[in-house]
Design a protein around this ligand. Structure first.
Ligand SMILES: [Mn+2]
Length: 336
């Protein structure tokens, strides 16, 4: 049985966490050996794969940026408030932090790692990405096509890399994710040459076009509710399905907003998925506990599955209640 590094798949923070663990394991678990790390398989999973209990974990698994499995594992580190655990055994870490890679870096620093400028930048920028702490200029830089990519910032470099495992083909995504992490790793992904030979800019350019196509379709029905100060994106009204969703489009189009709200039909046809967010550039405008509102909405109009954080949340409701739930949410946002 060999060790396995199991991380949040198809996610930049999951990638950054696995990268950091592979490269800096000495500052996290000194009892491991280089051979343990070199032979460790890297696997990307989704939180639901851990929660539903279908995946079989072993005592040699290293789990990053994911909920803690129910069975015994070797190492676990996570930063999501919903995955809180108490009385943790050795090699298990949980703390609320903007990003999991940044949290791992903090642990390594406590164990003697000296931060270089590049590592400091890696931490800062992975935190921005995972906690959505972008400025409007950074959104423009990373979510809209730029004239050239000759001298990308570190933040943009990390987006270029993430674009490689963010295609619409999940099998391809897993293959790229895994391949990149099995290559020779430099100080951070920003300076890892084998990775740059795979031409991440090409993937990113395609993604920028997909975002633009999506924005054009969504433009037809995206609305602004002045009283609720909320951007309403009811995807049930979409006539076409094109491109890839840009989750920051609502706040770029309506900078005066406090909230964004989206609804879309689930594939099963009987449920609707609701997402609510606050304006990330103006979190001070957010007067409603969004996680709570999502929970209440789920209990009132669905089977109770919903929740989130103060600034962002989601829930699933019965499709037949969608219009009532929409009204309920906008009414609640108006009252504050
Ligand atoms: Mn994360």
């Amino acid at each position: 049985m060999t060790y396995r590094i199991i991380t949040h798949g198809n996610c930049p923070d999951g990638f950054a966490s696995a990268f950091f663990f592979k490269k800096y394991w000495r500052f996290l678990v000194p009892t491991l050996t280089q051979k343990d790390i070199d032979t460790a398989k890297v696997i990307g999973l989704q939180p639901r794969d851990v929660q539903c209990g279908d995946f079989e974990f072993t005592e040699k698994d290293i789990i990053l940026d994911l909920p803690k499995p129910k069975t015994k594992v070797f190492f676990w580190c996570d930063h999501h408030s919903s995955n809180k655990e108490e009385n943790l055994p050795e090699n298990h870490y949980w703390h609320i932090a903007p990003g999991n890679a940044g949290f791992l870096i903090d642990i390594a620093v406590k164990n003697g790692l000296t931060l270089t400028d590049e590592l400091t930048s890696f931490k800062k920028n992975t935190d921005i990405m995972d906690a959505a702490e972008y400025s409007p200029e950074q959104i423009t830089e990373c979510f809209y096509e730029q004239k050239n990519y000759d001298h990308p910032s570190d933040l943009l470099k990390l987006h270029l890399i993430a674009a490689m495992f963010h295609t619409r083909d999940t099998v391809l995504n897993d293959e790229i994710f895994h391949t990149v992490l099995m290559q020779e790793l430099a100080e951070t992904p920003m300076s890892s040459q084998p990775l740059w030979q795979l031409n991440p800019v090409m993937f990113h350019k395609a993604r920028m076009i997909s975002y633009q196509e999506w924005r054009e379709v969504v433009n037809e029905y995206m609305e602004y509710d002045k009283d609720a100060k909320c951007v309403v994106q009811d995807d049930r009204l979409a006539e076409l399905s094109r491109g890839v969703a840009d989750r920051f489009y609502g706040i770029m189009k309506y900078p005066q907003c406090s909230y964004t709200f989206s609804l879309r039909d689930r594939k099963d046809g009987t449920t609707v998925r609701i997402g609510i967010g606050s304006n990330i550039f103006h979190k001070d405008r957010c007067k409603v506990d969004i996680g709570k509102l999502c929970k209440v909405t789920a209990e009132k109009y669905g089977n109770g599955s919903g929740g989130g954080h103060a600034y962002v949340g989601g829930c699933t409701i019965d499709a037949k209640n969608a219009n009532k739930a929409k009204e309920f949410i906008l009414k609640n946002l108006k009252e504050k």
